[in-house]
Ligand binder design. Structure first.
Ligand code: SAM
Length: 239
């Protein structure tokens, strides 16, 4: 799959990686597997799995992401950097903040940013509920992304406060995408969001359905949101 995933990215997402970018992805995969021996970063450790389920899956955001130079992006609960870091490698002109609560994962992200020389990427070690109330992060991002962090009603309380009005949130979801979006109606209306669409994503040799849930921020989020750490997922906004 080594060169095939790169061809797939070109054919499906119109992403044409240079040799230098392909080498950055290779280093990222090698370091991910090496660090995974001592820090719990990923359950996927085979190279084809990393290329498809981490790299290509992250890059599928290009289908709807509409990325532009200097765009400010924050990836909430980024873990080992997905989807934020692949987006940064593929599109070095954007400015990516990688938001992650766990210090050991942030140490890995700092190591990768440094090793790959990604001058437009930075880490933010905080919980999303805290970052959403910090003046330097609240309503500052054009695009807010998240994969495998929380169910949508709670997740939107992490994401929408960080977006500018007119910006977008994209949550990467599996089979439960439609159900979670239906359950998130109240959260959307309270937090200032509007569901734009639920886009299917196809990945090579992957049977489980993948979806991008796209939300536009249409109004400022009331100051009381996000609530204190733990509350958005324990007591999600529901109608
Ligand atoms: N997004 C990555 C991916 O798809 O590979 C990581 C997914 S992992 C299952 C969820 C990550 O979100 C963990 O690293 C966890 O520490 C982080 N996380 C969960 N809740 C969070 C919160 N409220 N604020 C910041 N990070 C959070």
């Amino acid at each position: 799959m080594t060169s095939t995933w790169i061809e797939y990215a070109a054919a499906s997402y119109n992403i044409h990686l240079t040799n230098a970018q392909a080498a950055q992805f290779e280093t990222y995969a090698t370091e991910l597997v090496a660090w995974n021996e001592r820090v719990n970063l990923t359950a996927i450790t085979d190279l084809p799995g990393i290329q498809v389920r981490h790299f290509l899956d992250s890059l599928s955001l290009f289908q709807v992401g509409n990325l532009k130079d200097a765009m400010r992006v924050i990836d909430v609960g980024t873990g080992a950097g997905f989807p934020g870091l692949p987006l940064q490698i593929a599109f070095p002109g954007i400015q990516v903040a990688l938001l992650e609560a766990t210090g050991k994962k942030v140490a890995f992200l700092d190591h990768i940013i440094h090793t790959l020389g990604l001058t437009n990427a930075k880490t933010v070690q905080a919980r999303a509920e805290e970052a959403g109330q910090m003046p330097e992060h609240r309503a500052k991002y054009d695009l807010v992304t998240a994969r495998a962090v929380a169910r949508l009603p709670g997740l939107l309380e992490y994401m929408l406060p960080l977006a500018v009005v007119g910006g977008r949130c994209i949550a990467m979801k599996g089979t439960t995408a439609q159900k979670e979006a239906a359950d998130a109606r109240q959260a959307l209306s309270v937090l200032g969001g509007r569901l734009v669409g639920i886009e299917p994503v196809a990945l090579p040799d992957v049977d489980e359905p993948h979806f991008l849930v796209v939300v536009e921020k249409i109004a400022p989020t009331p100051a009381v949101y996000p609530r204190k750490p733990g509350i958005p997922t324990r007591k999600p906004l529901r109608g």
